[in-house]
Every structure is written in C-alpha cells, then in structure tokens.
Design a protein around this ligand. Structure first.
Ligand SMILES: Nc1ncnc2c1ncn2[C@@H]1O[C@H](COP(=O)(O)OP(=O)(O)O)[C@@H](O)[C@H]1O
Ligand SMILES: [Mg+2]
Length: 399
C-alpha cells in the first residue's frame, strides 16, 4: 500500500485505493442551501475550507463559506468553482449533465456522474434498486392516457402517477383515487414534458429511511433507520430509534448497504422505504446526498451525516454512527419561525419538565415563506415519547 500523508493545506495522500483529501484542502459544493451549509459547518470543524456555487446571494451556505453567485448551469462559474476546489460535491441531484461532465474533467468529483444520472430519473433509479436486490412498488412507464388507464386497471386504485424527473416534497405526483381523475392526472403531469411512471399505492404502516455511506477505499457504514412522518407531503418528524422490531431494522440497514454497494456509491445515499403491516420493505426513492431525515444525526450520533459525507468524499476512514440518545427531529417551516423565535427568548419549562433538550438549527434564509424549510429542531430525550410530548405541548406546530 502506497501511503503518504502530510498536513499542509491542499495536501493529498494516497491510501490503498483512491485519493485522500486532507484537512486544509478546499471542498466545492454545487448548491448553497441548508444541506451545503451543514456540510460546510461539519467539514470546517475538521479543518476543511468550503466554496459554494449558488444563484441566490448570501445563500445559507454562502453565510459560512465563500460563495460564487451564479446560475447552476453557468459553465464559467462552474469552472471557477473547479479552480478553487480540491474536491467537488453537490447538495442536490438535479445537476446539469453538461456541468457535471465539465467538473469531472476539470476537477476531482469522487461521486462521479453515474450516480447522478441514475438518481435523477425515477425509472433508472427503480431499475438500479431492483438490480441491487431490493424491492420497489410495482411500476410501469406511461406514454399516453390510454396506457395510464390500462395500467391503473391492472394495479388497482389508488395508484400514484409521478414525473420521472424533477419532483420533490410531493410535487410532480398525483394520487389517482378514482377513474374519473385519470384524464386530469395525465394532463397535469404530462405538461412537465418528462417521462411518467405509474406506481401501485403501497398501504404502508410506516415510512422509514436509512442513510448509508461509502468511500473510495470501499468502506461502508450505515446510520440507524429513522421513522418518518410527513404532513402535506413534507417531512414533519423523524423518530429515532424507529418504532420497529430488530428484524426489520436489520433488514432496512442491509438493504441500504446493498444499494450503496450495488450502485457504487461514494459519499452518502439516503434510501426511503415503505414498511407494510406484514413486515415487507419496499424502496421508494433514493437521494445521493445528505437527507432531511438524517438531520437527527447532528447531535444524536457519534458522527453526523454531514461529517460522514465529508469523510467519504475525502476518503478518510468513516466515523462511528452509533446512536447516543433517542431523538425526534421536527422540521421548522416558514410558518413556524415566528412562534419558535418567541419561544426561544424565554426559558423552556416544558423541556425542563420532560427532561428533553431541543437543539435548534436555523438555516439563515431571509424569507420565511409558508411551507419553506427554514430550520429543524433535534429534540434529544430519554425516550422518543418524551420528545413527541414536547413537540405536542409546544404551540409552534399548531399553526
Ligand atoms: N407508491 C406509493 N404508495 C404509497 N404512498 C406513496 C407512494 N409513492 C409516494 N407516496 C407518498 O408520497 C410521498 C412522496 O413521494 P416520493 O416519491 O418520496 O416523492 P418526493 O420526491 O416528493 O419525496 C412519500 O413519502 C409517500 O408518503
Ligand atoms: Mg421522497
């Protein structure tokens, strides 16, 4: 094994496989939202420097790192990012293919472009998940209203029509509950001009997610599964430990690791799953980046998902993912900011009574638009019920 290590800025060392990017080096992040911000905060603690490319001036990540302010598909700006960074990563999956290729040529992008190509498109993603040995909900590609009608009859109602690309927080999908809704569903979603996928509706008992990491030297690790509760298709709570049996927990972790291996992931992969009443797991979708349902790791695990991502792309040994404490992560949306700030100005007697510690994270976004993700709180607790009680007794989420 050829191993050279030095601690100077921009230093690189070679471990058994792949380049090691040492602290002092600069990490470039395509995208400057909250995920980039929390990556930069975690990586800065390790001694890395950060530069981000984002079109919004003073973006969440730009407040804690250098920022190049330009459109994501601006080739010149991407070239500038490549010039300033020793290694490049991204915080969203809809990276323009041309920009991704250019960055691969001009800089070091350990995650590669293949994983982006796969996870940018629901059909490609589902095929890759199946090839890795995991189940997905029965699905089919839809090319016309007639095909939709036939497939809906085959799958039964309800079923879910989704655009193959560009969807998030429930956007770009339509739950078809009656035959009468078929023309409307087709008309609304075909406007997006991308392929469409119809999925059977899974009557899940719980939604789970598992985040796995893999580094160029082939090391893998997995975080404890989170139990996720959505409100209006936006993640509201992640409960950890998830209220599931040991067998399901181990199987969920095994599936996430298989997908990380099977897809040759470098960095993080978040795997969203449905758990049915008879204990079956179906993979819903993947995200090749830190994930909202992994924010709980920031205080509740020995290593956060953000530190793990930095470690993985820099090819450092991965950190210990053990859970330190039960935790519930609750999202702070635009409408929750004012009541939260009012609450933070005075002592929290409910927290003292329940023995919980709510750790507040705010992303520095200027405009608190309704439903916009503005921050989150990791409620550390003796057990998840105490954390859920604090959330229920706090008036913030009643608006
Ligand atoms: N096939 C399905 N069966 C049941 N519920 C589904 C199905 N697909 C999506 N959903 C529900 O819609 C939510 C959002 O769907 P998802 O495919 O994860 O899209 P997004 O990109 O918006 O997160 C899921 O978390 C789940 O609650
Ligand atoms: Mg999802």
């Amino acid at each position: 094994m050829n191993e050279t290590v030095s601690g100077v800025a921009g230093a690189e060392a070679t471990a058994g496989e792949g380049r090691v990017i040492l602290p002092g080096s600069t990490v470039g992040i395509l995208g400057g939202g909250q995920l980039g911000r929390m990556l930069a905060l975690a990586g800065s603690a390790l001694g890395y420097r950060f530069v981000t490319l984002d079109p919004t001036p003073d973006a969440p990540c730009g407040q804690v790192a250098r920022q190049i302010t330009a459109a994501y598909d601006d080739r010149e700006a991407a070239r500038e990012l490549a010039g300033q960074a020793d290694v490049i990563t991204y915080e969203f999956e809809n990276v323009d293919a041309g920009v991704a290729d250019m960055l691969m040529r001009e800089s070091y992008v350990p995650q590669g472009s293949r994983l982006l190509y796969t996870t940018q498109h629901r059909l490609r993603e589902k095929r890759a998940v199946e090839a890795a040995g995991a189940r997905v909900a029965p699905y089919t590609e839809i090319g016309s209203e007639r095909e939709l009608r036939e497939a809906a009859a085959r799958f039964g109602l309800p079923c879910v029509l989704k655009t193959a690309t560009g969807g998030y927080d429930g956007k770009g999908q339509f739950v078809i509950r009656s035959e009468e809704e078929i023309p409307e569903a087709y008309r609304l979603l075909s406007r997006a001009g991308t392929e469409l996928v119809l999925e059977q509706f899974i009557r899940f008992e719980k939604e789970l997610s598992v985040i796995a990491a893999r580094s160029p030297r082939g090391e893998t690790s997995v975080f404890p599964p989170a139990e996720n509760i959505h409100v209006d298709n936006i993640l509201h709570l992640s409960i950890v430990p998830a209220r599931i049996g040991g067998d399901v927990r181990r199987e969920a972790e095994r599936l996430a690791l298989r997908i990380a291996e099977g897809l040759g992931v470098i960095g993080l992969i978040a795997v969203e799953m449905f758990l049915t009443a008879d204990g079956e797991l179906f993979v819903n979708e993947l995200a090749p980046r830190p994930h909202n349902s992994g924010h709980y790791t920031m205080e509740a695990c020995r290593t956060s998902q953000f530190e793990q991502h930095v470690r993985a792309i820099c090819n450092l040994p991965l950190g210990d993912t053990s859970l330190l404490t039960p935790v519930v992560m609750v999202n702070v949306l635009g409408e929750h900011v004012e009541p939260l700030l009012a609450r933070m100005a005075r002592p929290d007697e409910t927290a003292a009574k329940l023995g919980v510690a709510p750790k507040v994270h705010l992303y520095g976004k200027r405009e608190a638009k309704s439903k916009r993700k503005m921050g989150h709180i990791n409620v550390l607790a003796p057990d998840v019920d105490a954390a859920l009680k604090w959330i229920a007794e706090t008036t913030i989420w009643k608006v």
